[in-house]
Design a protein around this ligand. Structure first.
Ligand SMILES: *[C@@H]1O[C@H](CO)[C@@H](O)[C@H](O)[C@H]1NC(C)=O
Ligand SMILES: *[C@@H]1O[C@H](CO)[C@@H](O)[C@H](O)[C@H]1NC(C)=O
Length: 301
């Protein structure tokens, strides 16, 4: 079971987008705050950077690197059109499998000294370096990167305006596990045991607990998950929606079939501007990244 699960977490090599991008890719390792010694981020800058550009932090799955994740979404070509800057952090090998730390108290705490602090440091660096728009800093991620996007949204709500999670888990879902990889001895998070027992309020408390006392605005959240995902099971869609509906104070309003594409069911909370889910009917781990839909939700298109 471990090996097939590991494969499911790992990189897909079949659907890479063309790499004929007009912009520039730069490796940066001295962005500042980096307590868990993340090795690198790649920065993608389009030829024409917008005045006060939006910043998108894009987090790779287990087994991946920033460079690999550049080819997994259409974001670089959309950046060429729209002028935003993309950061592609690479995780360190501490846990094995190049997964992000979504389990330790360090990473699950605002300025706690873990991966989340280093990633936040990259976003702060980019805001300064590119004169970015502090109200337009976003996260996207697949699998382990989606899990970490939830962690970032909970630990640095003052920094991020929104996040898109493709096949992730709620913030602090991995708390108590020794590592947050498919090889962990405790897979009660990704395999849905916690999802079957935690209440909406408990999920909300776990997110709020990542930054105790914070009372400012919270990031908007887009949650994508496939019904046939065996590595991170579909009940984690509801668990993430429970967490963020509790934190954001929005309630379920309606489902919309085949939106934005066939077999994607849009699950709308409130007026759909703060929280939406997408249940991909028959979809496996890491459904195809919907670039335009994601950017529309962020308000960048
Ligand atoms: C939110 O936090 C600020 C800064 O700590 C504090 O001044 C304010 O009273 C808090 N607001 C609420 C509603 O708790
Ligand atoms: C909306 O879709 C979700 C996810 O499939 C489902 O759990 C829920 O029952 C649906 N609600 C309604 C009112 O159809």
């Amino acid at each position: 079971m471990f090996s097939s699960t590991s494969l499911l977490y790992a990189v897909f090599t079949t659907a890479f987008f063309a790499s004929a991008w007009a912009g520039k890719t730069t490796s940066v390792s001295d962005w500042g705050d980096n307590p868990s010694k993340l090795p690198e981020m790649l920065v993608y800058t389009p030829d024409k950077i917008a005045e006060k550009p939006a910043i998108i932090v894009a987090l790779h799955p287990c087994g991946g690197t920033g460079r690999m994740y550049m080819g997994m979404t259409p974001l670089p070509s959309l950046a060429d059109k729209l002028g935003f800057v993309i950061l592609y952090p690479t995780s360190n090998a501490q846990q094995g499998m190049n997964c992000w730390d979504a389990n330790t108290a360090k990473s699950l705490t605002h300025n706690g000294g873990g991966d989340s602090q280093g990633i936040a440091g990259m976003a702060v660096w980019a805001l300064k370096t590119y004169n970015g728009d502090a109200s337009k800093v976003f996260l996207v991620g697949d699998s382990s990167g989606a899990m970490e996007s939830n962690v970032m949204a909970a630990t640095y709500p003052e920094l991020f305006a929104g996040a898109a999670s493709y096949s992730g888990v709620p913030a602090a879902c991995w708390a108590g596990s020794p590592i947050s990889t498919p090889m962990s001895s405790d897979l009660s998070c990704p395999l849905g045991e916690k999802a079957s027992t935690y209440t909406q309020k408990q999920w909300g408390d776990l997110a709020r607990g990542c930054y105790p006392g914070y009372n400012g605005t919270r990031p908007k959240m887009m949650i994508v998950h496939g019904t046939a995902d065996t590595a991170v099971v579909i009940s984690l869609l509801k668990a993430q929606l429970d967490q963020w509906s509790d934190v954001l104070g929005v309630t379920f309003s309606k489902n919309v079939s085949d939106d934005p594409i066939k077999n994607w069911k849009k699950v709308v909370y409130g007026d759909g501007t703060k929280l939406v889910g997408y249940e991909v009917q028959g979809g496996g781990h890491m459904p195809a990244f919907q670039g335009e839909e994601t950017l529309k939700f962020f308000g960048l298109m």
